[in-house]
Design a protein around this ligand. Sequence first.
Ligand SMILES: Cc1cc2nc3c(=O)[nH]c(=O)nc-3n(C[C@H](O)[C@H](O)[C@H](O)COP(=O)(O)OP(=O)(O)OC[C@H]3O[C@@H](n4cnc5c(N)ncnc54)[C@H](O)[C@@H]3O)c2cc1C
Length: 370
Amino acid sequence: MKDVIVIGGGLAGLVNAILLKRAGLSVTLFEEKKYPFHRVCGEYISNEVVPFLKKNDLYPEELKPSQITQFHLSSIAGNSLRMSLDLGGFGISRYRLDEWLAQKAKAEGVEIIHERIVKSSFHKEVFTLESKTGEQHLSKLTIGAFGKRSALDKNLKRTFLKKRSPYLGVKYHIKTGEVDTDEIALHNFKGGYCGVSRVEGEVYNLCYLSHRSGLKKHGSIPKMEQELLAQNPYLKKIFSQSEILFDKPEVINEITFEKKEPVFDHMLMSGDSAGMITPLCGNGMAMAIHAAKILSELIVENLAEGFNRAKLENDYKSLWDDLFASRLWRGRKIQKLFGSSMISESTVTLGKRFKPFANYLMKQTHGTPF
Ligand SMILES: Cc1cc2nc3c(=O)[nH]c(=O)nc-3n(C[C@H](O)[C@H](O)[C@H](O)COP(=O)(O)OP(=O)(O)OC[C@H]3O[C@@H](n4cnc5c(N)ncnc54)[C@H](O)[C@@H]3O)c2cc1C
């Protein structure tokens, strides 16, 4: 039996696995896909994570992340605002970053198994996890780090699935001269917003969140981009003047921002499995890393004190709520300011005329360095 099984090898899962292995526990991580792979994500990481990553030798310096210090926001009609980011961030593709972390995890002794976990049950203090091949794996603790939406959520009958979500996410890598190397652009369109920023070298990430009504109305992703996103003059230029590096976009449906449980059926949830912040805030990855840090620290502390599962679950729930619950709520509220012509126009105009308002909005979505 393993001390810890981690389900999902995104940022939350990999960071949890590395920290717990370093603390001397036996750790197996299940990731259904094979690294490296692309995933829908804006790939801009808030600098709030830098002290933690550097302290733990997890900052991917050798991958040469881009440094992002400027913000460019535009309304649907193309009214735009530029400002410096107070904290800033770095750009790095998940294709490279996740693979780099997985290699680190393996080198430190984490067992990584590329299989999907389809069932989980908890009985007499032991988790039994069943993989797609029918094999059973036992653990004392299980960390659920399986992202925004997984078939496992369905199997666990998690309540957030009861409500359908109208959002889809689309991502490409592109080469473009339309976005500065040190800026993150956030361009609005009806029913959504599109972020563009540099990742490694000359490669930029273009990623957008859209209401599904846009896709329904325009019939296909290319048509939606030509007829809906391109109503914003900045997006029109980006789509027409850039080289798209993917054969087809990465797409995900039903992206939900509903409240979730940080602990469910004794499984300790980390990253998006515990709760997802709206992408516009640009710090879901920072939150996933931060959640992994606090969860791993609590596990190590609790085990050192003799192990009390109820205390561990309660401590994690309350720390998670203290750190993240209000940020998620603010992210949902601020997202409502975008995607509608009138509201996005007045937000940009107000931000341009009254810089403290723009700074205030920005601060609402960001955490502090840890
Ligand atoms: C459109 C969009 C844009 C975004 N832009 C940004 C941004 O610019 N900056 C930012 O900080 N955040 C952004 N985010 C959010 C960010 O992508 C997530 O918050 C972050 O990836 C969460 O990491 P995670 O480890 O929790 O989940 P993930 O990275 O999603 O990893 C979960 C992993 O679990 C695996 N998995 C799932 N089910 C199983 C199973 N049953 N068995 C085994 N493996 C399983 C999956 O294959 C996956 O690899 C964006 C999100 C969206 C939707």
